[in-house]
Design a protein around this ligand. Sequence first.
Ligand SMILES: [Ca+2]
Ligand SMILES: [Ca+2]
Length: 229
Amino acid sequence: MKHTKAAAVAALTMTVLSATTGCTTAATAPSGKEAPRPCLSSGKLIGDLDGDGHPDRITEARADDKPLTLERGDASGHLAEPVSAAELVGARTAHQGAAVGDFNGDGTLDLALFASKEPEGDDPMGAELATVKLGPLTHGGTRKRTQRIHLDETTAIGVTDYNHDRRADLAVIEYAGDGMWEITARLGTAKGLSAATPEYAVTGIDAAGHTHRPLSADGLSHFYGPCEN
Ligand SMILES: [Ca+2]
Ligand SMILES: [Ca+2]
């Protein structure tokens, strides 16, 4: 599957996150504050990604080349300018992307990042960057526990739950070699995503009976309900 480069244009707007987003509280953030439990509002994830105890707004990556964006919220409920996936990755390659999900199922949001160049030959050579930062993240988006995973040349990533275990799984549009692309998956585990993470080709035959799901814009709806008003 050939995929075009994602546009990473973010509107420079200052938005107020309403106090009525209705996020209930869950785990305790590093700041000592009760971290808001993630929920969905108008299709966007409201949750504390940066670990300061205040809800952030995450616009999920979409299959139609709309990349993930992050708007960090503060104590007053204001949302800062959207940060693009490319800015989160911090690399200048042909493709960059980010996906947010709870890959280890501990209740905190984790952040997967990749940076990749275009394939240069028949054989996959690997993405230049493929990591998962397990939450809770710090304010700067860093994390003490960063896991490296292997991806071949990649153009997009997203989350869904292929094996119905309530842990986020990473879906990847990945170079398969010989000019071919495929959607592959890395299954979330109690330890997150790692080199030992189970993986399988979504576009191939799946002996385990996992549901075939391509990258989609509704991945987070498998895990989070609407915010209460
Ligand atoms: Ca987590
Ligand atoms: Ca899963």
